[in-house]
Design a protein around this ligand. Structure first.
Ligand SMILES: *Cc1c(COP(=O)(O)O)cnc(C)c1O
Length: 427
């Protein structure tokens, strides 16, 4: 796509150029396999000697079109779609970390990522150090070890709404010869483009704003192509030494800037197989067309609700990085000046029980384990998403027992305000 096009235009046109008389919308290639005329032609595909489709676990035209759209939105060189955001997070780490390696992850992070780093990856021999996004440079630098392979963080954390100082984290990662991976799910490329601030890899749970209508679970990994794997050859043998499962090709030599994303597809997707269905990718592609319109409304509604809650006597605190006076307001102004996200957290006075009463009294907003959707939803992290955490772990993740998370949708603001008001009366 023409690099000069605005993001709103890319959301509609990137990734798919209709041929003369061809379908205008990205078609669903609901096929597992692709046919070739000669044995040799297909053999070359298996050796990564030529590009083309042969089996949907590796590549599919629908999936690729939508991946290309997201790569373009983030300003990356390539992307792959995965069957969930969790799969994207896992692949993004496992692509360059193996048993005996270590990575650094911010502690204010999505619960699933916290468990992945704190429990599951440890079982694979990959160690993780959690460190606050607010940690000082000294603390951050002290977390690196000789076997550290990457730093992982969220641009706006779910659900703590901590805004990452992307430049600072990128600088620290690069000083230690490793990439910064940013989960940009909440901000979306509409509000924040981490590559412009030094991040090397971006991940998404496309289940959230990108889909925006609660229709598909999916994920995405985007490669900026900027990290110089060869400059730190010894740290990344998976990319810089021969891959025996492909007759000894070396990803950095053969694919250059596309080394990381090609390995994720041709090795991890081949062996682990977390592909999204072409139908789900089609839904994602359609929903991406309206992403900028939706994000704008999510943000204006959320700011209005945040202001309302802030002035309400039953509310102890409101956390919303778009709200002047918020701890992360200045960082948000730097990295996402046009808006942050539609998610707000608020602490009700009276702790756990008031929060539950408030939730149960809402009429329009629904209780759902989902955020970043067109429909307003609410959640009580202490009794839902984070219930497996100890009180100390909750506090470390910036969550108090009376905290509620509101994912403000794109309904009319008057209806939302009325619903909040009546439910707060009963809280
Ligand atoms: C939801 C979410 C994930 C996990 O995505 P799934 O699609 O649910 O697997 C990862 N990161 C963030 C920030 C999320 O909000």
């Amino acid at each position: 796509m023409n690099k000069k096009l605005k993001l709103e235009t890319k959301c509609i046109h990137s990734g798919w150029t209709p041929s003369n008389g061809g379908p205008r919308q990205i078609p669903i290639f609901q096929s597992t396999t692709f046919k070739y005329d000669s044995a040799d032609e297909m053999g070359k595909l298996f050796d990564l000697e030529s590009s083309g489709y042969f089996y949907t676990r590796l590549q599919n035209p629908t999936n690729d079109a939508v991946a290309a759209r997201i790569a373009d939105l983030e300003g990356g060189v390539g992307a792959i779609l995965t069957s969930s955001g969790q799969a994207a997070t896992f692949y993004s780490i496992f692509n360059i970390c193996e048993a005996g390696d270590h990575f650094i992850c911010t502690s204010e992070i999505y619960g699933g990522t916290f468990n992945l780093g704190g429990v599951t990856l440890k079982k694979l021999g990959i160690d993780c150090t959690f460190i606050s996004a607010d940690a000082s440079d000294e603390e951050l630098n002290a977390a690196f070890r000789p076997n550290t392979k990457l730093v992982f963080a969220e641009s706006i954390s779910n659900p703590a709404l901590v805004v990452l100082d992307i430049e600072r984290f990128a600088k620290a990662a690069h000083a230690h010869g490793v990439p910064l991976i940013v989960d940009n799910t909440f901000a979306t490329p509409v509000n924040c483009r981490p590559f412009e601030w030094g991040a090397d890899i971006v991940t998404h749970s496309t289940t959230k704003y990108m889909d925006g209508h609660a229709t598909q679970v999916g994920g995405c990994i985007v490669d900026s192509g900027n990290f110089d794997w060869n400059a730190h050859k010894e740290k990344f043998p998976g990319l810089t030494t021969p891959d025996d499962s492909y007759h000894g090709i070396i990803y950095t030599e053969k694919f250059g800037k596309l080394a990381y994303i090609t390995k994720a597809t041709s090795q991890l997707m081949r062996d682990l197989g977390s592909i999204p269905s072409p139908f789900n990718c089609f839904l994602l592609g359609v929903n991406l067309e309206t992403l900028p319109l939706r994000v704008e409304r999510h943000c204006s509604n959320a700011l209005a609700i945040a202001r309302f809650l802030q002035s309400h006597p039953k509310i102890a605190a409101v956390h919303y990085p778009g709200l002047p006076g918020d701890t992360y307001y200045d960082l948000a102004q730097k990295y996402m000046p046009n808006g942050t996200c539609g998610v707000i957290s608020a602490e009700l006075k009276g702790q756990r029980e008031s929060a539950v009463r408030f939730l149960d009294s809402l009429k329009l907003a629904s209780i759902a384990t989902h955020v970043a959707d067109a429909k307003t939803c609410v959640l009580h992290p202490a009794s839902h998403t984070h219930r497996q955490m100890t009180d100390q772990q909750l506090r470390d993740a910036g969550i108090s027992p009376g905290l509620i998370r509101l994912s403000i949708g794109i309904e009319h603001i008057d209806d939302l305000l009325e619903d909040m008001e009546q439910a707060l009366e009963k809280a």
